[in-house]
Design a protein around this ligand. Sequence first.
Ligand code: ATP
Ligand code: MG
Length: 426
Amino acid sequence: MSSENKLQAIRGMNDILPADIAYWQYLESTARALFAEYGFQEIRVPIVEHTSLFKRSIGELTDIVEKEMYTFEDRSGDSLTLRPEATAGLVRAMISNGLLHNQRQKVWTAGPMFRHERPQKGRYRQFHQMDVEAFGYAGPDLDAELILMTARLWQRLGIQRLVLNINSLGTTQSRQAYRDILRDYFKAHQDQLDEDSLRRLEINPLRILDTKNPAMATLVANAPLLTDYLDEESALHFKTLCHHLDLVGISYVINPRLVRGLDYYSRTVFEWVTTELGSQDAVCSGGRYDGLVAQLGGEHTPAMGWALGEERIINLMQVQGVQIPLTTVDVYVVLVGQQAESVGLALVERLRTQLPSCRIDTNCGGGSFKSQLKRADRSGARYAVILGEVEAQQQRAAIKDLRSDSAQEEVTWDLLGNMLQQRLVR
Ligand code: ATP
Ligand code: MG
């Protein structure tokens, strides 16, 4: 059978199953709360955009645009692309909705991104990002805020030992001088360049620094440093950012090799890395992109943003044994016999009204006492509420602690809600 006919997901695209969903919900709800605390508002944009948007923003000579995009023609003959990252679409949305006229905007979004990469652990073709962007802020204080937010997020999530790499790419103008020097350097070692790098040599030699080809590692390590060609204003911007991080006590590594794989960055770039996930070591990265809004047709607006890879963050939480709140139900209601079944749902509805934050699963579809109790146990609930024929007649129910040997307790329906509440807060 061809892989198309087999009923299976597309390679590199994963189902996220109920057994894992607690991690996703924990990450997303923690981040969502934190974003609000820092004054960011959610925005949701389409997953599909015109292909030209990504070409113009990410850059024609990047890995993403050259090799990784899911691009297709729709029925009207338009070239569309599944978004490989969120920034381009958000910038497009800011401009096309007129949200940048004399306004500052702090927004975040989350969702699936698509890149046709070689699937492996921590690298998928559909993966998920949480993405934060701030528009209209030119100063390094905003850069610091964005990075401090990430540091606090790791702390909230209980993630440890991440290392922050930072660098400054300077302005487009100051990069020009460096670009020429870099081109000369790589030209002198042309025999060591791979095919991609040769293509990038003339137009965009900076991209060569971002190569993942291990055969070129030494060549790249010995290349001239951008740091030595930084313009004065960018150097001051970077120094002030470092000052803010120092004052808060966030440690970082200044990594002059960090150039990032997208063309739109200027000045600050950063990346949080781990040694605990193998070769897919970046869990969150971002940077400033002061020229992009104007480049895409909006009025000049300085901006900066970052994105975290949800799969990698969750994997790291699992590797580090981060304890997350349980998402199982609190109570499982066992209904044995016709009479219990007939009054059971109404009784549980009353309980749900009385105890809104209590999670209650009702046994539907009957079954013996024994099999229902097994289901109660498997549900993860702390307590079973048991209603048999006799209890139903007498308007009573039994509460059984499923996680200890204590004797079960009989109560009237009127007292059931109160009794459960008392036990659940204990
Ligand atoms: P990498 O160097 O690992 O390819 P990147 O620089 O391409 O990462 P970004 O474009 O900066 O990644 O995306 C931000 C984050 O999204 C990354 O730090 C990473 O955690 C995650 N990410 C990127 N590509 C993938 C992928 N194919 N599968 C899973 N997560 C990814
Ligand atoms: Mg990549």
